[in-house]
Design a protein around this ligand. Structure first.
Ligand code: CTP
Length: 408
């Protein structure tokens, strides 16, 4: 189970650029996620952010000089890189990318790049948009990609210099996803995954409607886990407070009918391998809706709300001639196993993830049970991301073995 939440040691190289301040937040997020971080700064980076900031956030002195070694044999640069599970350079300036692409080793960070051996390496470029578009930078980036370096970003948008375009370093939260993805096996490369997430909102009038307590966190975790494992991910989500998931295509919807349309459009657009229904789809919607606000009249009895049943998106998808491998969720208030077993058969899906709904909505963790035609497997209470990784690993194994994909 450890591999799904394992703490790692990250060698975080910071080169000179205004985006260096965002790497303070990346350091904090990595530490919060349970990892240890050794920061290495170039001289340029130290002009933007004081090494003390990184020292305080990582709990370790920053390494910044090739010529002062704390190791008796003077081999700090080798020791630093051998201890690491990943080398992450954020921000990676045009200068750093150029030196890295050409194997130059003229300061501590560039020497670590050359000495990195086969540890997973990620660089997050940050520079002015014209510099990013420059032919020499493009050549260097392609050379680094060819050498197996993951180039994360850059994003587009307004820049510190006032210009607008590609060259912004990825946001720290997105970089955290990128870094943790380095350690995930790529079991789903070339696979297309469609996920529903969050609650639905069934409008009654212009201001009122029916919804539920789903936060969308499980769907987001599944999108992240599928993306980490190399899949092309589309997430169809009802209203949530969550930021768009890095790496996945987000289709925002409101009602169950909109969610159903978005799912079928996505399935019609491209052959899909896996469908995971993590959304808490409203079972009913108001039979009559009003485009204005229903007013209360003094002395009148309250209006009667008549409901109409929503389509079952999961069952419909499982019944399609081109049905992907379908995974359902069952949020049960009691009798989890019995109810979830019956639900799996009713929906016609090979795999159902059961959990005790009221105890999981909005939480960061959950305990699940995986139910298939053979029986069930209990998963311990774990963070939703760790559970999502296990579920996707399980699905990937089933896709490789047709006997495990039996919906009957
Ligand atoms: N689901 C769906 N469309 C619906 C209702 C549910 O796609 N209209 C999916 C959910 O995303 C989940 C699974 O079906 O994967 C089970 O949802 P749940 O609400 O637990 O089951 P219901 O079929 O609604 O049964 P009940 O509410 O009676 O427990």
């Amino acid at each position: 189970m450890g591999a799904h939440v394992q703490a790692r040691h990250v060698l975080l190289g910071v080169s000179g650029g205004i985006a260096a301040y965002k790497s303070c937040e990346l350091t904090r997020l990595l530490v919060k996620a349970g990892h240890t971080v050794q920061v290495v700064m170039t001289a340029g980076a130290a002009r933007f952010v004081a090494p003390l900031s990184f020292q305080a956030l990582s709990g370790r002195a920053v390494a910044d000089d090739l010529w002062t070694s704390r190791a008796a044999d003077g081999m700090d640069h080798i020791d630093l890189v051998r201890a690491a599970d990943a080398l992450v350079i954020a921000p990676a300036s045009a200068n750093l990318l150029g030196r890295a692409a050409h194997g130059l080793a003229d300061d501590l960070l560039s020497t670590l790049v050359v000495a990195r051996g086969d540890i997973p390496t990620l660089m997050a470029p940050a520079m002015n948009q014209a510099m990013w578009a420059n032919a020499a930078v493009r050549r260097n980036v392609e050379a680094l990609r060819g050498d197996g370096v993951r180039i994360a970003g850059p994003a587009s948008g307004p820049q510190a210099c006032g210009e607008v375009g590609a060259g912004r370093m990825l946001e720290p939260e997105d970089l955290l996803w990128e870094v943790e993805a380095l350690w995930q096996p790529k079991r789903l490369t070339g696979r297309r995954v469609l996920i529903t997430a969050g609650p639905t909102f069934e409008a009654w009038d212009a201001v009122r409607g029916l919804s539920n307590r789903s936060s969308g966190k499980m769907g987001w975790a599944l999108a992240r886990a599928a993306w980490e494992q190399g899949a092309d991910v589309t997430l169809v989500a009802g209203p949530t407070a969550l930021a768009p998931p890095w790496g996945a295509r987000l289709i925002a919807v409101e009602s169950a009918l909109q969610m159903r349309d978005a799912v079928h459009e996505a399935l019609d657009r491209a052959a899909t391998d896996i469908f995971i229904a993590a959304a808490a789809v409203g079972d009913w919607r108001p039979a009559q809706t009003s485009s204005g606000k229903i007013k209360k009249q003094p002395g009148e009895s309250p209006p009667t709300l008549t409901l109409q049943t929503n389509p079952d998106i999961l069952a419909e998808t499982a019944a399609r001639a081109d049905a992907p491998f379908c995974v359902g969720f069952a949020a049960e208030a009691e009798e989890l196993l019995a109810n979830a077993r019956a639900k799996r058969l009713r929906k016609g899906v090979p795999l159902l993830v059961g959990n005790l709904g009221p105890q999981t909505f909005g939480r960061e963790d959950s305990a699940c049970v995986l139910i298939d035609a053979e029986g069930h497997r209990e998963l311990p209470r774990l963070p939703k991301l760790a559970l999502a990784r296990i579920i996707l690993e399980d699905v990937a194994a089933r896709m490789a073995s047709p006997t495990l994909s039996d919906p009957s």
